[in-house]
Design a protein around this ligand. Structure first.
Ligand code: XMP
Length: 317
């Protein structure tokens, strides 16, 4: 029978044997998968593991600082890299979702590679790949290969010449969470909703600018905090906001406004392959709408996405 304690003991022993006295480098995302994978590797080889956490400028509000802090408290040897401007520069003028994903993936690899080169004699690349990632990246090899390039799987550039270590690649998300809890990782990381690697970059439809990121961060922050404050966060598998590439007419006093529209999305799911929109209480939605429109400059309309997957995807891009 599978239990997290048995899995942890076996995996740590296995990692020790496999890695020996080599050095490992690993990118952290703030999400549950990479955090649990890093903690397991750290347990096996301690400070032979160096973690890199990149601020791509597309994270949630305050996420970089808060998560970096948690990692340091967990005893991980982690380097935080502020690469915001490099990502914004690479994204300038790009509107196609796949082009944006590719640009974000490419810059991430460049930034990460710069950091990896600073570590003497590193041999391994740690990854937080879980079982559904493995299946999805295999199953999209067909005609739909271009639907989404999940750059966190198999995205290893040739020039890095590192062997890959993926301690979670047989586990489902709920098992990863169980392992994480057994490893005493903080609940703010374990219970965290999944968040895409390209982050807010694919929730800003059309071209990405720093100003749009700031706007969306504020909207997203109000929504996510609202879900937490109303005890709804844990009933939702994933939630977020999309900044739409249109403006709509509104009124403020005697003035006519012409401002942005945001869409809120909250879904229930097991693995992200299928998803149902969540019937959030009208009262809560009304409250979120008021707060967003009153507090976020440049937004005058909020809509709620009532589409399920399939055929709608969770992300809008
Ligand atoms: P979709 O939009 O395809 O999303 O229904 C399914 C799950 O995958 C996440 N997602 C991504 N994750 N890189 C990632 O790391 C991506 O390019 C990407 N696109 C979607 C999405 O947030 C959801 O959890």
């Amino acid at each position: 029978d599978w239990t997290s304690d048995v899995f942890i003991d076996a995996t740590v022993a296995d990692l020790k044997e496999k890695i020996g006295s080599d050095k490992v480098v690993m990118g952290l995302s703030g999400g549950v998968d990479s955090s649990v994978a890093a903690t397991l590797i750290h347990r096996a080889i301690g400070d032979q593991l160096t973690c890199v956490f990149v601020d791509n400028g597309l994270l949630r509000k305050n996420e970089f600082e808060e998560v970096l802090d948690s990692y340091k408290h967990m005893g991980l040897n982690v380097i935080g890299v502020d690469a915001k401007q490099r990502f914004y520069d690479a994204l300038a003028g790009l509107t196609d979702p796949e082009a944006k994903r590719k640009a974000i993936g490419r810059v991430f690899i460049e930034v990460f590679d710069d950091e990896a080169h600073k570590i003497d004699g590193v041999k391994w690349l740690g990854q937080g790949t879980i079982y559904p990632d493995v299946i999805e990246s295999v199953s999209v090899k067909g005609p739909s290969a271009t639907i989404k390039s999940h750059h966190n799987v198999g995205g290893l550039p040739d020039f890095m010449k590192l062997s890959v270590v993926e301690p979670l690649n047989t586990l489902f998300k709920d098992e990863v969470r169980e392992v994480g809890r057994a490893l005493e990782i903080v609940e703010t990381i374990i219970g965290r909703h999944p968040f895409p690697g390209p982050g807010l970059g694919i929730r800003i439809l059309g071209d990405v600018t720093e100003e749009k990121v700031k706007t969306l961060q504020e909207v997203d922050h109000i929504f996510i905090k609202g879900l937490k404050d109303h005890g709804l966060y844990d009933q939702v598998w994933q939630a977020g906001a999309m900044l739409l590439p249109i403006q709509s007419v509104g009124v403020m006093g005697d003035e006519r406004t012409y401002e942005r529209v945001v869409a809120l999305r909250a879904v229930g799911s097991v693995d992200g392959m299928t998803a149902d929109w969540i019937h959030l209480p009208y009262e809560f939605l009304g409250k979120m709408s008021n707060e967003i429109i009153n507090r976020v400059k440049g937004v005058n309309r909020v809509v709620y996405d009532i589409s399920s997957k399939p055929p709608a995807t969770i992300e809008w891009e």
